[in-house]
Design a protein around this ligand. Structure first.
Ligand code: SF4
Ligand code: SF4
Length: 277
């Protein structure tokens, strides 16, 4: 998702580099914690952006570049595909659970107060079935429908891997929207801390004793909606980019992407209704 990408400055230098300091470490820095050889790196997916290789590469051949947010399309393996679906599913489930109007649902995860192990078992099972069966099944059927409508040719696994990737920006946006209210209830403490950072009774800006209040309560649903819409836009953009380099016509591309596109839009609209109500 990052708008920042770490890459080598010159592929030629990497190709001639035998020690692979970035991957193995040098006297200037540690080995990459993810085992990456920067010379072979073409996407952000595996990099934790720790920047260690900017020190360990003794050829000074590593730099940080800006790029459009969420540039990667598709997924590379079934494990990545299922992980992406889990990101998307959990964002929806957690939002419903913790920010919904249904206290009954929260009883399902209230182990500490109520010891509801039976309900928790049902919740866990539901979560697994949604993440590993229901949503993957929906994605598979929708992408298969797109294939049939458009008449394009693609292997079914390849189709599933590519279609799943578009859920990442949507899922990440849903996560951000989910976290915003939790962040905003703590803003009072940040403002208080500015006046009394160590809790020693100081009052630099006259804000150390302000009463707790919800930060911008009326703005919260608007912000959440904007973020969900941004996720939908990025998902649709990536859906288009996923197939754009294939040898298919515009109309075929439209039909191929249509079912997944409608799914992204529907999920986003439903979540906007959820957050704003
Ligand atoms: S980034 Fe540096 S250490 Fe890594 S392969 Fe390229 S030149 Fe070698
Ligand atoms: S920034 Fe960190 S994680 Fe990314 S390639 Fe360099 S050392 Fe590895």
């Amino acid at each position: 998702m990052s708008p920042v990408a770490l890459r080598s400055k010159s592929k030629k230098v990497c190709n001639e580099c035998k020690p692979h300091y970035c991957q193995k470490g040098s006297q200037k820095g540690w080995a990459c914690p993810y085992g990456i050889n920067v010379g072979e790196m073409n996407e952000n997916t595996d990099c934790g952006l720790c920047l260690e290789c900017t020190r360990s590469c003794l050829y000074n051949n590593v730099s940080v570049y800006s790029r459009p947010i969420a540039s990667e399309v598709g997924t590379r393996s079934l494990s990545e595909a299922f992980l992406t679906i889990a990101v998307f599913t959990l964002a929806i489930v957690y939002s419903v659970l913790y920010e919904g109007h249904w206290p009954l649902v929260r009883d399902f995860v209230n182990i500490l107060d109520k010891g509801n192990w039976g309900l928790f078992g049902i919740y866990t099972l539901t979560l697994f079935v949604l993440s590993l069966v229901v949503f993957p099944g929906i994605i598979y059927l929708l992408s298969y429908a797109g294939l049939k409508f458009s008449g394009a040719t693609s292997g079914r696994k390849e189709l599933f891997l590519r279609s799943t990737g578009v859920l990442l920006p949507v899922g990440m946006a849903l996560w951000i929207a989910f976290v915003i209210p939790m962040l905003f209830v703590n803003v009072t403490f940040i403002i208080q801390s500015l006046s009394d950072p160590f809790g020693w009774g100081w009052d630099f800006f006259g804000t150390s004793n302000i009463p707790w209040h919800q930060f911008l309560p009326r703005l919260t649903p608007w912000l959440q909606s904007g973020i969900v819409l941004s996720g939908a836009y990025l998902g649709l953009r990536n859906l288009s980019n996923t197939w754009r380099h294939e040898d298919i016509k515009e109309k075929q591309l439209f039909l191929l992407a249509l079912p997944m596109g409608l799914f992204i839009l529907t999920a986003s609209v439903v979540m906007i209704f959820f957050f704003t109500n």
